[in-house]
Design a protein around this ligand. Structure first.
Ligand code: GTR
Length: 399
């Protein structure tokens, strides 16, 4: 990995000319002229292409039931300003996925951020009541979870988010699918036919499973009286930003989508081959995408899609693309360009996207129907990022 990062191209002038696949042209060559063409024809074509060529399809057996348990609830979280609620999805009595909510008190239907975390719900806040996940214990044998409580709180300014009037739900992503090239555990394992140990050709990889998991959280939210009418903001950083974009494409109950430093396979245009490339990502993380995506290793120009199309699938809902100046591996300019090239779909809806292909200066956010900023610093989630996401959400929800 370190080697691949050293060898990658970071020179804007070394990018070979490329032609992006056309967003507003149907497979049969006809132009997409209006919202109806987009929604009824082009959008479904693109969903199908991303499913078949990249993220993989979800097995049909996946509709199998799961149960929801309320594990814990307190009206006195965050010094009495918030309700803490912890629920668990239990899949076939084998897998528990814990969801941690903080909901501002006395705020009817607050907009709700839903986002995966990398290291366990208990790392997002130093709250001794946060349940430690079973999967976390399995993946971290012999480690005392108490020593990591709150140690990721710099990425999760939960008190500030709640103080601004937002609810937040977070889930440990490895509860849904442990992040390794092994499909014997995690959600995939529940939907195999006999003797199957891996997803079949074309079936879902880990990113699609994480996206699917996010939609199950929304299923629950819609049944919770306090949140059923809340606007839903899906948030994800890096690989979880990729999963969040895919969730946003598939699930229109998500009202606003935030991708932070999502890079290759997320917001960054693949054809630029700047920083991480398709071949590198498929080699380092063969389990993220489906088997079909491997055929585009070093052949990005053969892809029938590129990532501006993924951004366009959010339209007309607001989408935020955040980059970081030193995160060249994720190709900040390629992330901006996806927003720029997705803009014509927003314009079909009479909404504003980006008018120029020139990337905004560092720490100079642009907030239209598409939001973008490149902040100072590296691959991370900072208060600055959250401040922009909340400002953007306020603007769109008149909140
Ligand atoms: C990197 C990977 C990126 C990005 C990142 C992360 O190693 O190459 O695509 O997803 O991990 O998730 O932090």
């Amino acid at each position: 990995m370190v080697e691949a990062q050293k060898e990658a191209n970071y020179d804007e002038n070394a990018i070979k000319p490329y032609v992006l696949p056309e967003l507003l042209k149907l497979d049969n060559g006809k132009d997409v002229k209006n919202i109806k063409d987009w929604e009824q024809k082009r959008r479904p074509e693109l969903i199908q292409l991303f499913t078949e060529q990249m993220f993989g399809n979800v097995p049909s057996t996946v509709s199998e039931a799961f149960t929801v348990e309320v594990q814990e609830e307190s009206q006195e979280a965050m010094n009495g300003t918030a309700i803490r609620k912890q629920i668990a999805f239990v899949f076939q009595d084998k897998i528990r996925v814990n969801v941690l909510f903080y909901i501002p008190k006395n705020t009817p239907s607050p907009p709700l951020f839903i986002g995966y975390n990398f290291k366990g719900n208990h790392t997002t806040i130093a709250d001794p009541n946060v349940v430690i996940s079973d999967t976390w214990r399995i993946l971290n044998p012999g480690q005392n979870p108490e020593s990591s409580r709150g140690d990721r709180s710099s990425r999760w300014p939960l008190e500030k988010i709640v103080a601004e009037g937002y609810g937040i739900a977070t889930i440990y992503y490895e509860d849904v699918d442990p992040d390794k090239n092994d499909f014997t555990d995690g959600l995939h394992s529940l939907f195999y036919s006999e003797n199957q140990e891996r997803p079949a050709a074309g079936q879902w990889g880990s990113l699609a499973a994480w996206a699917w998991g996010m939609s199950r959280v929304i299923d629950y939210v819609k049944t919770d009286e306090a949140l059923a009418d809340s606007k839903i903001i899906a948030f994800g950083h890096s690989r979880l930003g990729k999963a969040t974009l895919w969730a946003g494409a598939l699930d229109k109950r998500i009202d606003l989508i935030v991708s932070n430093d999502s890079g290759c396979g997320g917001a960054a245009l693949s054809r630029r081959k700047f920083g991480e490339t398709v071949s590198v990502i498929n080699t380092s993380f063969p389990h993220w995408f489906n088997s079909e995506f491997k055929q585009y290793n070093d052949k990005e120009e053969d892809l029938p899609i590129d990532q501006h199309m993924l951004i366009a699938l959010m339209a007309p809902r607001p989408v935020y693309i955040a980059s970081a100046e030193d995160d060249t591996w994720a190709d900040p300019y390629g992330e901006y360009l996806s927003g720029y090239h997705a803009s014509p779909v927003y314009e079909l809806y009479g909404k504003k996207g980006f008018k120029t292909s020139i990337q905004p200066e560092t720490n100079t956010p642009v907030h239209t129907s598409i939001g973008y900023h490149k902040r100072t610093g590296g691959h991370d989630v900072k208060d600055y990022d959250w401040e922009q996401f909340m400002k953007f959400a306020k603007m769109h929800f008149n909140y």
